[in-house]
Design a protein around this ligand. Sequence first.
Ligand code: ADP
Ligand code: MG
Length: 237
Amino acid sequence: EQDVSEYRKSLAIRVSGFDVPKPIKLFEDCGFSPALMNAIKKQGYEKPTTIQCQALPIILSGRDIIGIAKTGSGKTAAFVLPMIVHIMDQPELKKEEGPIGVICAPTRELAHQIYLEAKKFSKNDGIRVAAVYGGMSKLDQLKELKTGCEIVVATPGRLIDMLKMKAVTMTRATYLVLDEADRMFDLGFEPQIRSIVGQIRPDRQTLLFSATMPYKVERLAREILGDPIRVTVGEVG
Ligand code: ADP
Ligand code: MG
C-alpha cells in the first residue's frame, strides 16, 4: 500500500474512489488472451504507459472511470484493450445486432485515429469495427452498419443521424466511451451526448476521458457514471 502511494506521488498520479484495484506494471498482468497480447506486441508496445497502468485494472474490473491525462499519454489503448476483453466475454456474438462497444470522439480525425487503433487490436479476434463520422458517405456507413459490428467509433452528430435513421441499434451496447469529453462540450455536442447516453442501457460500463474537467463535464460525469474511479495523471488545468 505504502509503495503504491509513493509511486503515484512520484508520477503525479491521483486516484480517488471506492475499492480501487491495484495498478499493474506489465501488460502480462492483465490476463489478456494470447491473440490480444500478440496484437499489443505487434504494435511495438513493450509496457503500459502511466495512465494505462492505473486505468487498465480499473476498467477490466468492470468499474466506471474518469480518466484525466494529457494528449499523447496512451488513453486510446487504455479503453480499447478492455473493450476487446469485454466483447470477447459476451456469451454469444450474433451477427445482425448492433455494437457492444460505442466510442464517441469530438472530430472525424480523432474518431478515425481511434478507429484505426481499434481495428489493429481487434483484428485477431474477428471483431468488427464500424466508423460513423464524416468523410465517408452516409450510404456506405449504412451498409457497413447493416452487415453488423461489435464496435462503433463515432462523432456524436453522425451517430445521432444513424440512430434516427434506425441504421444502428443500441440494444446490445454495454460499454460506452466518451473520449475528449471537454472538446466534445466545446464543440456543442452536449445534447447529442445526452441523447446517445439515454439510448444505452443503464447497466452499461461508462468511461469518460478528458484533458480538463470543466463544470459542465463534471456535472455530466456525475449523472451518467456509477461510482466512478477518478484517475488523474500529471498537472492538468
Ligand atoms: P492520447 O489519447 O492519450 O492522446 P494516444 O492513445 O493517442 O494518446 O497514444 C499516443 C501515442 O502513444 C500513440 O502513437 C500510441 O500508439 C502510443 N502508445 C500508446 N500506448 C503505448 C505503449 N504502452 N507503449 C508505446 N507506445 C504507446
Ligand atoms: Mg486520445
